[in-house]
Design a protein around this ligand. Structure first.
Ligand code: F6R
Length: 369
């Protein structure tokens, strides 16, 4: 049942190209436009949406953080992403023009369910992004966009996360498409790029042996830090979460721009720091700033593990370990940059003798608040 893998987690990591492709299947028509008839919120209501609020927990929350960048960029609708467990307790401002997106693999997470109930009571429309057919969260939502990751058995979420990202991109692009934002051409281009992205996920999976080797060599460390910027920031948080839950190590993710506001004090000789580098194309200013951050931490003794696009030569002098990922559009990069972090956490946890499918103290779905 593990398809020849030692753990479900390894099987599920390997299934990601397929899961991504399946989540896109049937949703892009022959002319390259999105067809999301299943989202049964009428287009005229979606055109009136003036705010998007995303609620989720854990890994799903990280996909929602990335969605915020995509939604605001492609639709120009203000979007906030909030931890479901915090959301209703601060009396959020919601009305009929608010679209709440609840993201959940299991569809049973109590915090997320309570958040969406609260949103509906306030008159907001709720769209669920969910991996489990007929579960509670989609049943209680106005509409649902299913991720087609297939059953996820390992406690740590991997393929569900990638498909949540795909679903979030689809929602963002769909909102852009029906509202006809001024980014129309870009939207069509991204839909095409998204339809080709599973090949990039496949390619990155084929280059993971050095990542596994590196992970084994770090098994004796106590702390690993993760840095990222823009959509790389939630990726850094996700890399740190995977390492905490699987390897039981102290792992923290930071926005690279925050380094000098505190976290740089943590850097000491030999401390492994994983840095997710934005594409040097497009928002190249960000790229250069992250490269400076790598320089700064290395000058203070950090052992730098750099995740950077193929062809990005600027990072080479400062990388103790260099992990290459395929060239992708800036906003889609998390679909490839997360993969080495999953493999890294899984291998490091295994090297420390942990059961990666059943980490201590955790349950696959959290049905209490
Ligand atoms: C982390 C993980 C958890 C879940 C979170 C939400 O690997 O699996 O953080 O992402 O408990 O679960 P769902 O998506 O089922 O609502």
């Amino acid at each position: 049942e593990k398809g020849g893998h030692d753990y479900f987690m390894l099987k599920e990591i390997a299934e990601q190209p397929r899961a991504v492709a399946d989540t896109l299947l049937g949703r892009i028509d022959g002319s390259g436009s999105l067809r999301l008839d299943e989202v049964r919120i009428p287009p005229h209501e979606l055109r009136e949406v003036d705010k998007v609020v995303i609620v989720a927990c854990g890994t799903a929350f990280h996909s929602g953080m990335i969605a915020k960048y995509a939604i605001e960029h492609w639709t120009r609708i203000p979007c906030e992403t909030e931890l479901a467990s915090e959301f209703r307790y601060r009396d959020p401002i919601l009305d009929q023009r608010t679209l709440v997106v609840a993201i959940s693999q299991s569809g049973e997470t109590m915090d997320t369910l309570m958040a969406l109930r609260h949103a509906r009571e306030q008159g907001a429309k709720v769209l669920a992004i969910c991996n489990t057919n007929g579960s509670t969260i989609p049943r209680e939502s106005d509409a649902v966009l299913y991720t087609h990751a297939g059953p996820e058995v390992a406690v740590a979420s991997t393929k569900a996360f990638l498909t949540q990202l795909v679903a979030c991109y689809l929602v963002a692009l769909y909102l852009g498409q029906i509202r006809g934002t001024k980014w129309g051409d870009e939207i069509r281009t991204v839909i095409r790029q998204l339809s080709e992205i599973s090949g990039a996920v496949e390619r990155v999976l084929g280059t993971m042996e050095p990542v596994r080797e590196l992970a084994r060599s770090l098994a004796g460390h106590d702390t690993v830090l993760f840095l990222g910027r823009h959509v790389g920031y939630p990726v850094a948080l996700e890399g740190a979460l995977k390492l905490k839950e699987l390897a039981y190590m102290h792992a923290e993710g930071f926005a690279a721009g925050e380094l000098k506001h505190g976290p740089i004090a943590l850097i000491e000789d030999g401390l492994p720091v994983v840095v997710v580098v934005p594409s040097p194309r497009g928002r190249s200013l960000l790229h250069d700033k992250v490269v400076s951050n790598i320089q700064e931490i290395r000058a203070r003794g950090a052992r730098t593990v750099v995740i950077a696009e193929e062809g990005d030569e600027a990072v080479v002098p400062y990388a103790d370990h260099l992990i290459r990922i395929p060239v992708t559009p800036t906003l889609l990069q998390p679909l490839v940059s997360t993969v080495p972090l999953q493999v890294f956490a899984c291998e490091l946890a295994t090297a420390r003798g942990n059961d990666v499918d059943q980490p201590r103290n955790l349950a696959k779905s959290v049905t209490v608040e």
